[in-house]
Design a protein around this ligand. Structure first.
Ligand SMILES: NC(=O)C1=CN([C@@H]2O[C@H](COP(=O)(O)OP(=O)(O)OC[C@H]3O[C@@H](n4cnc5c(N)ncnc54)[C@H](OP(=O)(O)O)[C@@H]3O)[C@@H](O)[C@H]2O)C=CC1
Ligand SMILES: CC1=C(/C=C/C(C)=C/C=C/C(C)=C/C=O)C(C)(C)CCC1
Length: 280
């Protein structure tokens, strides 16, 4: 991947860090886009030392704050002339009810709206650098999700498990609509389930943290969990594959709600309204 530029969100730990390591190992210039610069620098240092690739760059990105997303994009666009791979990987799960700086429910705000805005801001660069790829890390949990247009911010009722599922369904629907709109541009968009992975994702749940420790033997390692992301980002046979959903490096079953084009279009329009952007 010499000469290729990749941005990976949430690459300081877990699946994102391992995906960054794999792309760096293959020679790509990797932008590690994280909210905590100290953690990101530590991860980048480790990856540089292990892969002997010095082109692992840390940039601040807090997906729970649209100002930070815009600052990241401005700085990236000023410094990087190309972008071939965008892996929208960062995520939160099982958060107690909370809101982003812009007042969005945390799961929807970080997992969906933050990445929606980031993709919007970086899309011209992806188009200019085509062939290029957008990889959205969703989850099997999208099966439990519904887009609750009447209460997107969970103000009427909130369940943290369901809130995560809704946001992961939003990832699948966003990918589907994005892929449709990008037909003919040589920019592809695919989503995926990484597997059940022993990472810090369960940090907000005491019970899940213990389950994850006790049953860690049955879970994938973060490196194993990163393989489908890496596959979607680099596999030659996926050059023109777009709008698909993968698991274990294979196309996988999408819930009926994840295949609903009307909901995908409506979610697109509502996301634009919430973010105050025009994206045709
Ligand atoms: N682990 C699993 O079993 C599964 C994971 N997934 C998905 O995989 C992706 C990666 O998760 P995983 O590696 O497991 O989890 P981790 O918790 O280990 O990593 C999540 C990453 O997202 C970052 N992040 C969280 N909030 C923000 C924010 N506001 N702005 C920027 N970055 C943020 C974290 O940063 P920080 O360290 O600073 O908090 C961290 O780098 C997620 O999208 C998750 O939904 C899907 C299915 C199963
Ligand atoms: C059934 C079962 C387990 C499986 C849990 C699963 C399958 C979790 C999936 C989590 C996802 C999909 C998270 C993120 O999106 C454990 C805990 C290993 C313990 C043994 C019993």
């Amino acid at each position: 991947m010499d000469g290729k530029v990749a941005v990976i969100t949430g690459a300081n730990t877990g699946i994102g860090k391992e995906a960054a390591r794999e792309l760096a190992r293959r020679g790509a210039r990797v932008i590690v886009a994280c909210r905590d610069i100290a953690k990101a620098e530590a991860a980048a240092r480790e990856i540089r030392a292990e892969t002997d690739n010095q082109e692992v760059i840390v940039k601040k990105l807090d997906l729970a704050d649209t100002r930070s997303i815009r600052e990241f994009a401005n700085s990236f666009l000023a410094e990087e002339k190309e972008l071939h791979i965008l892996i929208n990987n960062a995520g939160v799960m099982l958060c107690p009810y909370s809101k982003t700086a812009d007042g969005f429910e945390m799961h929807l705000g970080v997992n969906h709206l933050g990445h929606f805005l980031l993709t919007f801001l970086l899309l011209e660069r992806l188009k200019q650098s085509a062939p290029s790829r957008i990889v959205n890390v969703s989850s099997l949990a999208h099966h439990g999700g519904r887009i609750r247009f009447h209460d997107l911010n969970g103000e009427k009722s909130y369940n943290r498990g369901l809130a995560y599922c809704h946001s992961k369904l939003a990832n699948v629907l966003f990918t589907r609509e994005l892929a449709r709109r990008l037909q003919g541009t040589k920019v592809t968009a695919n989503s995926l389930h990484p597997g059940s992975v022993h990472s810090e994702l369960v940090r907000h749940s005491f019970v899940m943290t213990w389950l994850w420790k006790i049953f860690s033997f049955f879970l994938k390692t973060p490196w194993e969990g990163a393989q489908t992301s890496v596959y979607c980002a680099v596999a030659e046979e996926l050059e023109s594959v777009t709008g698909q959903y993968f698991s274990d490096c294979q196309p996988a079953y999408v819930s009926p709600w994840g295949r609903d084009d009307e909901t995908a279009k409506k979610l697109w329009n509502v996301s634009c309204e919430l973010l105050g952007i025009q994206w045709d």
